[in-house]
Design a protein around this ligand. Structure first.
Ligand code: ZN
Length: 269
């Protein structure tokens, strides 16, 4: 599932090639994504002003409106040559003159839809802060989780305190911060939050620089795999030695998802 670094890699790639260009055609071959893709004919002729990212959402700012794009579980967006025939999971094409941007999504959990101001406020109200937001302080995060008896990893995945982490980067950040994934979030003190916020920023920054992590579906818009996979410390490494202390990495199931951690480096208290 694309997490913040993978979405950011896509954002940068789309912005680099398409800002200032005019959308000349949209082809919708399969509108049945997580929600039906509406008619997009009225978007033809609009100029793309910039591409923003909020959490794992992309906001394509055109003159006169915003398109919301979410990659869901398995979505990807890539530039392809205009004469490449679409495959079975290539549901949408966006043409900007000679440049073809193709949306592919085998599981169809993604979203492509207009985002008006009211819908943007609703989205914003649901999302936590960006990892680099100055308002994300240890004291703020600590206050935000009081009274909620969720494990810290669940809080990261929920994205309502800080956005961007899915299973991979939640595991990696908790490892870097030395915090057990199952620890109740409300038990973290400000020092723990300071380490966790710093760890999230560090893993995201390193992963963005590497173009994200490719386990299966993720590609950059230029069709390359992200190169962060080889740098994962614990995720997907059950039984392998912890890179810090050589204790075998453990895997447990938490909220139905595999959680990887070092039982020695990530101890409570
Ligand atoms: Zn360790």
């Amino acid at each position: 599932m694309p997490e913040l670094p993978e979405v950011e890699a896509v954002r940068r790639g789309v912005e680099e090639r398409l800002v200032g260009k005019i959308l000349t055609e949209v082809r919708v071959r399969e509108p049945r994504l997580r929600r039906p893709v509406p008619l997009l004919a009225s978007w033809v002729g609009r100029r793309l002003l910039r591409v923003e990212r909020r959490g794992k959402y992309l906001l394509w700012r055109f003159d006169g409106g915003t398109l919301l794009v979410h990659l869901g579980m398995s979505g990807r967006i890539a530039f392809v040559a205009p004469d490449v025939p679409p495959g079975r999971h290539d549901h949408l094409d966006f043409l900007f003159a000679e440049t073809l941007l193709r949306y592919t999504d085998p599981r169809r959990f993604g979203l492509v839809e207009p985002l008006d101001a009211a819908a943007e406020r609703t989205l914003e109200a649901r999302l936590g802060l960006e990892p680099w937001d100055e308002r994300l302080t240890p004291a703020w995060a600590r206050a935000k989780v009081q009274g909620r008896r969720r494990a810290v990893k669940e809080v990261l995945l929920a994205g309502d305190v800080v956005v961007g982490a899915g299973n991979i980067y939640a595991c990696e950040a908790l490892f870097l911060a030395g915090i057990p994934p199952g620890r109740p979030a409300e038990s973290l003190d400000e020092g723990d939050w300071a380490r966790l916020i710093a760890a999230l920023r560090a893993v995201f920054e390193a992963a963005i620089a590497a173009g994200g992590t490719t386990l299966r579906d993720h590609r950059t818009v230029e069709g390359k795999g992200g190169e962060y996979r080889g740098r994962l410390a614990v995720y997907g490494r059950e039984g392998e030695p912890c890179p810090r202390c050589a204790t075998p990495v453990r895997r447990v199931t938490q909220g139905g998802r595999g959680t990887f951690f070092c039982p020695s480096c990530q101890r409570s208290g």
